[in-house]
Write a protein of this length. Structure first.
Lengths: 263, 236
């Protein structure tokens, strides 16, 4: 198994794709956070609590949850890229027990997703404190609480990477995977948060579970202003829901390609 | 080299309405080059993919050294397979492609350098495969197949895209492999090439086997092309 994981790490690091990871972490984590802190949630439309309050910090940190699209799409490439470039034939010839290949991909991509998550967390923390200092406002929660929320989000990035791997293994077609996964995470789920009837479901969707990690989300605040805010799960339960999605995706990834013909 | 024969028995596969392979049985023996001949679409590639566990047969068995491919303890160390030479990520270098698969077998990077030298790819190893010619892809495909020093070689149209020098080189390569006691199964539709290369002949037509014999016995006084066209009914 270790051989297969090492092979997947080599596969990952031997094309140029991974070099975009740190850049994306800097932009999605640091850039976005700095922007929100410098503008200040109190100047959002509708106005929200500023970063000198606990609620304001949560809102700013929750915005990073909107960028889970990046690790999810990255994870989706793990399997779809092998079908697109037709390397899957060689791969299954070298490891005909296919679940082992998928298990190795899950391990390698979970590790890569965790590294990405840590980079995002560090960038967000730096941007939060630098932005607050630049504006001369205090940060409304203790560093310990910021660290706790960001650890949760770093883990969420790893979870979304695994979700992406599983979804890609199910669908296989790269374009279809990117469109469906991207469309869902970018639009459908956020739209659901605004639909009154779906309020009960939203906390259990991946996005709602991610929002629970910071006990806040921009979408929820916007919905609250419109008078239809869904209630989020407690952070630990949100993390558990996200973990369940990651496990379901892993199960799908490991079982999906077992009997399919590679022609 | 321990002899490892290929035994195919009553293999069959349908894709929807198309009966791709209709009950095919044959052996490929160690120390011989077996030519797997037939027109495009005759079922050669599907048969090879079933042999290699990539396509699940509807019926029949395919065994390598007495076991199904996926039940071999280390399949890529027993069977080296080179199917269509288009299975490469264009952004990865030839060497890195081989390093990925070497890692899957737990082989050191030194083995990668050996197969690069063996297939004449040293100079191109550091370049991205996206810039490779068809002939270079064929060589890289073969290099991947021989990473594990397998006793069986299964090649699908390995001369496609090779220049005359490359074809001559491949002929020598496969002859040497057979001399070492390896089992070599080569699918091809280029009869003139096959005639100079193979010891045993299998001819596929419309999903069935229409000839299986040593080349000399099959051709007698005619040439392979005449026999081939006769067997597939093109001379009627």
């Amino acid at each position: 198994m270790n051989r297969l994981i090492r092979a997947e790490m080599r596969r990952l690091l031997s094309t140029r794709l991974w070099r975009w990871g740190p850049l994306a972490a800097l932009a999605c984590g640091g850039g976005l956070t700095l922007l929100l802190v410098l503008i200040g949630p109190e100047r959002f439309e509708p106005p929200m609590p500023g970063v000198e309050t606990a609620a304001g910090v949560r809102i700013v940190l929750s915005a990073v949850g909107l960028t889970v699209l990046v690790p999810a799409l990255f994870g989706a490439l793990a399997v779809t890229s092998e079908y697109r470039h037709r390397t899957i034939g060689h791969t299954f010839l070298f490891a005909p027990k296919r679940y082992r290949v998928l298990a190795a991909k899950l391990a390698a991509y979970a590790a890569a997703g965790a590294v990405y998550g840590v980079l995002v967390a560090v960038a967000v923390a730096a941007a939060l404190y630098a932005g607050a200092a630049a504006r001369g406002v205090p940060v409304g929660v203790s560093f310990g609480e910021v660290a706790a929320m960001l650890s949760g989000q770093a883990a969420a990035m790893a979870a979304y990477t695994v979700i992406g791997v599983g979804f890609g293994a199910l669908v296989r077609n790269q374009t279809a995977t990117l469109i469906v996964l991207g469309g869902y995470l970018y639009m459908v789920e956020h739209a659901l948060a605004l639909v009154p009837g779906f309020n009960a479901v939203y906390p259990f969707l991946p996005g709602g579970a991610t929002a629970a990690l910071t006990e806040s989300s921009l979408m929820r605040e916007a919905a609250a202003a419109a008078g239809s805010a869904p209630t989020l799960l407690p952070p630990l339960l949100g993390a558990a829901v996200l973990l369940a999605y990651a496990l379901a995706a892993s199960l799908a990834a490991v079982t999906a390609p077992m009997r399919r013909d590679v022609t | 080299m321990t002899p490892v024969p290929i035994e195919v028995r009553n293999l069959a596969k349908r894709f929807g309405d198309v009966e791709a392979v209709a009950g095919v049985s044959f052996d490929a023996r160690p120390g011989r080059v077996t030519g797997f001949l037939g027109p495009n679409g005759s079922g050669k590639t599907t048969t090879l993919r079933m042999l290699l566990g990539l396509v699940a047969p509807d019926a029949g068995t395919a065994r390598v050294g007495g076991r199904a491919y996926r039940d071999l303890p280390e399949p890529a160390r027993t069977v080296g397979a080179a199917l269509e030479a288009d299975g490469f990520h264009p952004g990865r270098t030839g060497r890195d492609h081989l390093r990925v698969y070497a890692a899957m077998l737990g082989l050191p990077d030194a083995r990668v350098d050996e197969v690069l030298a063996r297939t004449g790819l040293e100079a191109a190893a550091g370049r991205r495969v996206g810039g490779y010619s068809t002939g270079m892809r064929q060589r890289l495909n073969l290099a991947t197949a021989i990473l594990g020093d397998p006793a069986v070689l299964v090649l699908d149209e390995p001369t496609n895209g090779l220049d005359p020098e490359g074809i001559a080189w491949l002929r020598g390569f496969l002859r040497e492999a057979a001399t070492e006691g390896r089992t070599v199964l080569v699918a091809s539709h280029v009869l003139a090439e096959a005639e100079r290369l193979v010891d045993d002949v299998l001819i596929m037509h419309r999903g069935g086997l229409v000839a299986a014999a040593p080349l000399a016995e099959l051709t007698g006084e005619a040439n392979l092309e005449t026999v081939f066209l006769d067997r597939i009914g093109a001379l009627a």
